[in-house]
Design a protein around this ligand. Structure first.
Ligand code: 5GP
Length: 125
């Protein structure tokens, strides 16, 4: 069993297929560095996924391997998506699951953007 978030990039993972347009998504934002679309199983009134255009398995991979332009472009895109969705006021939460303990399921780095209601404690206890 490969460790989620580590190991080689799988070009057939679901987000790679969404990036290639092979699987539809409800797109909210698209630029040179990032694509954002609604999560198929939303955990909040707003639940959007923001993914880099590059082939990065996880945050560990992205933070170590992405160029300065990719890092800056991606994180600026996350902020732009939140502004586009008018979430700056009253606020939102971003989250990235990494690896086994993080509960990462899809092996293409992604940031979850949650909003639309008070989001409660950071983690279930
Ligand atoms: P992870 O657990 O890897 O951080 O989150 C993966 C997320 O991808 C989950 O919230 C899941 O609902 C979402 N997801 C899985 N498959 C699809 C899909 O085909 N389309 C969309 N829009 N979201 C997906």
């Amino acid at each position: 069993m490969p460790v989620p978030g580590l190991g080689p990039y799988d070009d057939n993972n679901i987000f790679a297929r969404i990036l290639r347009g092979e699987i539809p998504c409800k797109r909210v934002y698209d630029d040179a560095f990032a694509l954002a679309f609604h999560d198929i199983n939303p955990q909040a009134p707003v639940h959007v996924l923001v993914i880099p255009k590059g082939r990065y398995v996880s945050f560990a991979d992205f933070s170590a391997g992405a160029s300065e332009d990719e890092l800056a472009g991606f994180f600026r895109a996350v902020g732009a998506v939140a502004r586009h969705l008018e979430l700056d006021q009253p606020g939102y939460r971003i989250l990235a699951n990494m690896g086994e303990h993080g509960g990462q399921e899809v092996p293409h780095f992604h940031v979850h953007l949650f909003g639309g209601r008070p989001l409660g404690p950071m983690l279930a206890r």
